[in-house]
Write a protein that binds this ligand. Structure first.
Ligand SMILES: [Zn+2]
Length: 399
């Protein structure tokens, strides 16, 4: 499976160029950078979550007289720490260009490609700190942690994780998001139409920055104390729904109004409200219950560019992004694992995890036939990659 994945990545995604393009700051090296980068990418493909696990698998492979990486866990940690992050970002950009050129990134039905921004805490500890650690007081004890803001592009059935920026001591998430957005806009100027953010991003300077860059914005409107929320609530109480539809066990009633003024925002905004009810059966007595939920999104998208249903879909795509993108990176791809505790190593391992995730997703969703996807989950494909790393070559169906 690993060979097939690498062959596909080499042919379709310029894997060789992508790996050899990464540079580091070592003056003298006995292990080529490309070998270390390839080993780390393979560790992420196999979802091992540990450099020591990778080293053990490689030992297994060498016992069987099979070719294996001879790079130790310590060397990998040391080299990744001094990798040039901008060259990793350039490799990510090359990957995006290849996928775009090969038509592997398809826009959703409404035609708008979103860039979703979200902040995440990667880990916390009481025992170790580095110069990049943030700190907080927990019951009189100082806890150290790292946070970052991640950006991903949302396509049809595919999320391309683009870039990340770490939060520095004394900074808020919005300042980090601003720095990240400026870089993403510079590197991927035509890759997206609209920026998605949660309630924290319903902030006048942030919205103005997006509008000034020529993009549209959708954020969650949640704070009931704000003037604009109260204005919207009043307006929606006196208007008819503009759209009602059902999807599975859920029914949606949407209201859509324009010309809301948010203090300090340079132009009028539109608000879409969705009242959602889900019918479910109680496990206790099989009786039917209804759970209701309300969402409000504030957007600069005019109705001619995105109808109510499109804004609703984009607003809700944050959930799938949260589950399939950010949470998957953390829970299944071990992106938040501290392979080496230093700001450079944490950033570079995260960037490598993003590259591996994008390659793996592209291989799984675009190269494997649907029948094979049904038979093999992504976790199973990763297990086969791990088996290949250990020198076992399990029989599997051809893609
Ligand atoms: Zn730290």
């Amino acid at each position: 499976m690993l060979e097939r994945l690498l062959r596909y990545a080499d042919k379709q995604l310029h894997f060789g160029e992508l790996v050899t393009g990464v540079r580091d700051r070592r003056h003298w090296s006995h292990v080529p950078t490309a070998e270390v980068v390839k080993a780390v990418l393979e560790m992420f493909f196999a979802r091992l979550g540990s450099l020591n696990a990778l080293e053990k698998l490689n030992h297994l492979s060498s016992w069987k007289n099979l070719p294996a990486h001879s790079v130790s866990a310590d060397t990998i940690g040391r080299v990744v720490e001094v990798l040039d992050s901008s060259s990793l970002r350039a490799s990510q950009k090359l990957l995006y260009s290849c996928m775009k050129k090969n038509k592997q990134l398809v826009a959703p039905l409404h035609g708008l490609i979103a860039l979703a921004l979200d902040g995440h805490e990667s880990h916390c500890t009481y025992n170790q700190r580095c110069v990049g650690c943030l700190d907080r007081d927990i019951d009189g004890k100082i806890q150290y942690y790292h946070r970052n803001v991640t950006a991903q592009l949302v396509f049809d059935n595919f999320s391309f994780v683009v870039d990340m920026e770490e939060q520095r001591p004394g900074e808020g998430e919005l300042s980090v998001a601003k720095r990240l957005y400026e870089r993403v806009l510079r590197d991927y100027p035509r890759a997206f139409d609209v920026v998605l953010g949660d309630a924290l991003y319903t902030n006048a300077p942030f919205i103005n920055m997006i509008l000034d860059s020529g993009k549209h914005v959708i954020t969650v409107l949640k704070d009931e104390r704000t003037n604009i929320y109260q204005q919207a609530d009043f307006a929606f109480a006196n208007c008819e729904p503009s759209l009602s539809f059902e999807y599975g066990s859920k029914s949606f009633t949407c209201r859509d109004e324009e010309d809301f003024r948010m203090p300090d925002v340079s132009r009028a905004l539109r608000i879409v409200k969705s009242e959602e009810s889900t019918t479910f059966k109680s496990q206790l007595d099989s009786s039917l219950h209804v759970r209701t939920n309300t969402w409000m999104w504030i957007t600069s998208l005019p109705p001619i560019r995105a109808g109510t249903r499109a804004v609703h879909a984009l607003g809700h795509s944050r959930w799938s992004i949260e589950n399939e993108g950010f949470n998957e990176l953390t829970n299944r791809w071990h992106s938040d694992h501290i392979y080496k505790h230093s700001p450079g190593a944490i950033r570079n391992f995260f960037l490598l995890c993003m590259i591996a995730h994008n390659i793996f997703q592209c291989y799984y969703k675009r190269a494997l036939k649907p029948a094979l996807q049904r038979a093999l989950t992504q976790a199973l494909v990763s297990l086969q990659v791990a088996a290949d790393l250990s020198g076992n070559r399990p029989r599997c169906h051809s893609p």
